[in-house]
Each structure stands twice: as structure tokens, then as C-alpha cells.
Design a protein around this ligand. Sequence first.
Ligand SMILES: [Zn+2]
Length: 434
Amino acid sequence: MKSIKKLFLLLIIVGLVSAAAFYFRDTNPPQVTLTPGSGPLTDKTPLLLTLDDPSMGLKTLEVTLLQGSDRIPLLKRDFPAQTPTAEEELNLAGLKLQQGAFQVEVIATDQSPYHFGKGNTASALYTFNYDTRAPLISILSKAHNVNRGGSGLVIFSLNEEVSEAGVRFADRFFPAYLQDSGNYACLFAYPYDSKESDFVPRVVARDLAGNERQAGIYYHTNGKNFRQRQINISDNFLNQKIPEFEVLAPGISDPLETFLYVNREVRAANRAKLVELSQRTSPTPLWEGAFLRQPQAATLAQFADDRTYYYNGKEIDRTFHLGQDLASVAQAEIIAENSGEVIFAEYLGIYGQCVVIDHGLGLQSLYAHMSQLAVQPGDMVTRGQVIGRSGATGMAGGDHLHLGVIVSGVPVQPIEWWDASWLDNNIDSKLENR
Ligand SMILES: [Zn+2]
């Protein structure tokens, strides 16, 4: 009799313990994640809701949009048993929301018997800003005269904060930079290799919600044809130059093949590096007045010379020469053409030892083939300061300076920047009112 009682008691205890274990097995509410979870959005922004309840599984979901006194049901779900995870896309299209703040309320429960069978409840509230209005663009600068291969500047204002603004045409984009006044300044180029029909520059601005607007600008282009040049590659040149490049062309032993590899692959990689460097720029102009052409230097080659290379009378390659070649005496002192920050000072393939100076707004100058460098990245230099000596490092047949001017990664005509009246009319006078 005693032992039956004991057994009975034991059974009750076991029953209670297992019931408690079942009841308390899952006391965690489902995990709710909404992406994005805050900030500005439009009726087209995808909103992704994910729910996780790995132990007992999801049971119900209710999503409601709250704006002012409105409560708009967005979604209601009853999940079948054993649904550990779910993904739902929320769609705001067609809801006729007011511009401005609204909330998304998410309430989800799980299959747990906890809370007397109601399960665990997750409740989350997310705040967003509804914005379907594209930024308004006011163009403040007037005439925009641009030469093929040359530069231009546009000043504009916007009525709201943006994630991106600048000048766009075809597949090119030139970023604008916000100035202290609240206006934007954008240096852009009519690239030497753009077709006139492709060059239709427009100001574009995209706000934080993703709404985008374009604005046309008044512009006038001057098509310019560039010079054709023949470059004869001699065995003498190859014997003199190729050893420097052998480390850059592993596995190639033929000197002419090495030259072609460097002129194509290494040149492209070096250009990509200059495009990458162009993003490291001051948002405000650092230059002061016209750029200084290197003193007493003769011009050896011009910007955008269309070069065809010959070897033993046979055409082997073609490139555009994207700078101005200047030479005076060997190992001549090289000066910074204008004030700015040195952002690169080392060996770079075809450019040899070179210096890149940032002048702000995406404008940079490149000094290539140097024998000595007198500056380091991070140095602030002033217009006319000596930055090193000329040389023949990289793809150079003799001692000279290859001077490049670059606008947001696109090589442009240096001679414009040397021309005080061009600079005043097209750039500096516009910047005064920025
Ligand atoms: Zn050159």
C-alpha cells in the first residue's frame, strides 16, 4: 500500500516536471528583423521582414502601418506548425501615404504553450520617412563652354539633402561637392574620347530615399581634332627601356612582347589607379589662380596626340597621349603647378616615379617620369614649390616631364588650366559666387 502511494506520488512529480518542461521549453519571442529598419524611403523601396523562431516555430504575424491617426493593415499570416523561419516583403505601393513620418508595427507570436497557451509575442515598431519627391535642382552658373578634351564647371543648388549629385552623360559621372554656402560645385570634362552626340551633360541629384531628378544645362561645345603622331619603336629603345619593365611582365621574354604588354595591360592598370586616386579629393578648391607651366620647358608632345606605334615599319599599337610632355635640361627642377595636397608619390608603371597633387573638386595634376621625388603623400604644397626633378623613369625615351591634368579620373587639356583668362571665365568667376 505504502509503495503504491509512493509510486503514485512519483508519477505525479514526473508528470508535473515534464509539463513544466513543456510549458517553459520556449520562453523566447520570435526574432523580428526589418530591412531597412529606419530612414527615408519611397513607395518603391523594398522592405524585407524576416522572422525566426527556431525552437517552437512561428504562429501568427500582423503588420500594420501607422501614420497620424491612420492604421493601415499591411499583412496578416497564420503559419502552419513547424515554421521556424519566414520572409515577407512589405509593399507600400498604392497606399496613398502622406509625405513625412510613419511607423510600421510588427507583432508576431510563436507556437509555445507559454503565457497560458498564447505563446511568446514579439512586438517591434519601426519609424520611417516617406518621401516620393525628387530633389529640385536650380542651376546657378550660366554659360558652359566646353572644348573637346577640356573642362567645365557648373554650380547648382538643391532643396534637400542628397546621397549623390553631379554631372552625368552617357556612362560618365562627375561628382559634385557641397560648398559652405550650401550650393554644389561640379567640375566635369568633355572627354577627349567622347563622341559629340554622347556629350549631353545633365545635372543629376538623388535624395536619401532614392528619388532622382535631372536638369539640363546650357552648354556649347567646341569639337577639337587631335594630332596624329607616329612613334617608331626601335631595338635601341627596347634594349634601353625593357629591363625596367621585366618585373611588370612576368613570363614574357621577347622585348617587343614586353613593350606591348606594358603599353596595353600596365597602362590600363595605371590609368585605373589614377581613377581610384581621383576619389581622394578635397570638397573645396585648393588651387589659387592659373596653373604654372614648368618654366623654360619646350613642348615635346601634346594632350590627346593620337599615337600609332611602328616597329620595323609595321603598325603594332595605338594609344592617346593623355598629358603634355615638357622638357628643359636633364634633371630639371619640377614645380607644383598649383597648390594642393600630395596624394601619391611613388613608382607607377608607365609613369615611372610620379607625383599626384590633389587641387580639390576632383581636379588633380600628375607629374611623371621623375628621377627624384621631394614630397610625400599628405604634404601640402604651394603653387611653384619644387616637388622633385625630371627624369626618364617609366615609358620615357629621354628626360622629360609628362604633365597630366585630371578631372574626376578623366584626363583633360592642361593648357586650359595654364590660361588665366580661360580659367577666370570658365571656372574661377563661377566659383566666386558658389
Ligand atoms: Zn607624355
